[in-house]
Write a protein that binds this ligand. Structure first.
Ligand SMILES: Cc1cc2nc3c(=O)[nH]c(=O)nc-3n(C[C@H](O)[C@H](O)[C@H](O)COP(=O)(O)O)c2cc1C
Length: 360
C-alpha cells in the first residue's frame, strides 16, 4: 500500500516493471470468480496503447504480447490473483547515456533521484508510460466485467494544442474513434490535429491536449461518500496517468461560467419509468454517487517533456549541462492515452460496482 503501486479496494491492481527492464505487468487481486476473461480482448487494448502504431507515436517497436500467468483457466477467472506479463523487446538503453548525466526538464529524472537516491535511468524507468501497459491489461478485464452489466466506455482525443473536436458522447463508438490514427472521431478536427502533431514532430517539439471519456449505462448508486466519492476516485485515477495535469468531471471549469439556473440538471420522468435528468452538467455524479446518467470526464495532458532539441539543464551535482536530443518519443501522447483513460475509468467503476454489490 505505502509504496503507491496499487489502486482499488475490492478490485485491486498492482503494476510492476521498468521501461527498459526485462518486462512489466500487473497483478489483479479481487477479480470475481467465473467471469469470462477473453485474452484476445486484453491484447486488442494493448495494441491500441503500444508505441509504433503510426507516425504520430513513438517509433519504439514493442509487440506488447500479453502472457496471462495465473488466475485464468479455460477463459474463466478463478477468483485467484490474475498476473499478466508483457516483455520488453526493443529497449535501446544507450540512448539514455545523456540523461544519466543531465536531468530532462519537466520529466521525473530529478524527482526520482531526490526520492530514492537511485533510479533506472534507461527509458525513464517506472515514470515511463510503459508502466501503463499493466493498467490497460487490467482495465481490459474490468471492461469485460462491466460490459456484462451493460456498461460501455468510450474515450477520444477531444483537443490537441487548442484544436477542438465536436463529438456526441451519447452515440460515439470506439470504431469511429479508431478511424483516424489521432483517435479523434471528428474528421475535420482529426485532420487538423494530425497536421499539428506532424508539425511538432518535424520541429523537434511536442504538443498536448485533452482526452474526453464517457461511461454509458452506469446505474445510480455507485460511489462511497465521503472520501471515496466516485468523482474523487476518478480524479485520482486520471491524475495518476503520466503527463496528466488536470481532470474535469461533467461541466468542469466551464461550469464556473454558468449560473445555477443554467447549470442545474432538472429531474424529469424517465421514459418507460424511473427518474433521469434533462441535462448532464453533473457528469453523471452527484454527492459522489452515480445518478444513472453517463459518467463524463475530461483529462488534460501536457506536451511531451522529452523533445528533439538541445535544452539547457543541470547534472546531478548541479553543474550546468546541455541535454542533446536522443531516444524515441511521442510528439504528442494523446492518441496512445485514449485506451489508458478508458482503462482507468473502467478500473474505478468496477471497484465501485463490487463495493455496491457487497452492500447487498
Ligand atoms: C501514452 C503516453 C506516452 C508518453 N510518452 C512519452 C515520451 O515519449 N517521452 C516523454 O518524455 N514523456 C512521455 N510521456 C509522459 C511521461 O511519462 C511523464 O511526463 C513523466 O513521467 C513525468 O511525469 P509528469 O508529466 O506526470 O509530471 C508519455 C505519457 C503517456 C500517457
Amino acid at each position: 500500500m505505502g509504496s503507491g503501486s496499487g489502486l482499488g479496494v475490492l478490485f485491486r491492481i498492482t503494476t510492476f516493471g521498468e521501461s527498459h527492464g526485462p518486462g512489466l505487468g500487473v497483478v489483479i487481486d479481487g477479480c470475481p470468480p467465473r467471469i469470462p476473461v477473453d485474452a484476445a480482448l486484453v491484447q486488442r487494448e494493448l495494441d491500441r496503447r503500444r508505441p509504433g502504431q503510426s507516425t504520430l507515436t513513438s517509433p519504439r517497436k514493442e509487440t506488447d504480447r500479453v502472457e496471462i500467468l495465473s488466475g485464468v483457466n479455460g477463459g474463466v477467472a478463478l477468483g485467484t490473483p490474475i498476473a499478466m506479463l508483457i516483455r520488453n523487446e526493443d529497449a535501446r538503453s544507450k540512448d539514455y547515456a545523456q540523461i544519466a548525466r543531465a536531468y530532462r526538464p519537466s520529466h521525473a529524472d530529478f524527482t526520482y533521484d531526490a526520492k530514492y537516491g537511485v533510479r533506472a535511468v534507461a527509458g525513464g524507468g517506472r515514470a515511463s508510460a510503459r508502466e501503463t501497459a499493466g493498467r490497460v491489461a487490467a482495465g481490459a478485464i474490468a471492461q469485460q466485467i462491466l460490459a456484462h452489466h451493460g456498461i460501455e466506455i468510450v474515450a477520444w482525443v477531444d483537443e490537441v494544442c487548442g484544436i477542438g473536436a465536436t463529438v456526441d458522447g451519447a452515440t460515439v463508438t470506439r470504431a469511429a474513434v479508431d478511424t483516424h490514427d489521432v483517435r479523434c472521431p471528428d474528421d475535420a478536427a482529426a485532420a487538423q490535429m494530425t497536421e499539428r502533431i506532424e508539425r511538432a514532430r518535424k520541429d523537434g517539439d511536442s504538443v498536448g491536449g485533452v482526452v474526453r471519456a464517457v461511461a454509458r449505462g452506469v446505474p445510480a448508486g455507485w460511489g462511497e461518500p465521503v472520501f471515496d466519492k466516485l468523482d474523487a476516485d476518478l480524479a485520482k485515477a486520471m491524475m495518476s496517468i503520466p503527463a496528466v495535469k488536470g481532470v474535469e468531471i461533467g461541466s468542469g471549469f466551464a461550469g464556473t461560467l454558468m449560473t445555477g439556473s443554467q447549470h442545474n440538471d432538472l429531474f424529469v420522468p424517465r421514459p418507460g419509468g424511473g427518474i433521469r435528468t434533462a441535462t448532464n452538467h453533473s457528469g453523471g455524479i452527484q454527492g459522489g454517487i452515480s445518478n444513472g446518467e453517463p459518467v463524463t470526464v475530461r483529462v488534460a495532458f501536457k506536451p511531451t517533456a522529452t523533445i528533439m532539441r538541445a535544452q539547457e539543464s543541470v547534472d546531478r551535482e548541479g553543474n550546468v549541462a546541455t541535454l542533446e536530443p536522443r531516444g524515441r518519443h511521442d510528439p504528442c501522447v494523446l492518441p496512445r492515452a485514449v485506451p489508458i483513460v478508458e482503462a482507468m475509468l473502467a478500473l474505478v467503476l468496477v471497484d465501485h460496482f463490487l463495493r455496491q454489490q457487497a452492500r447487498g
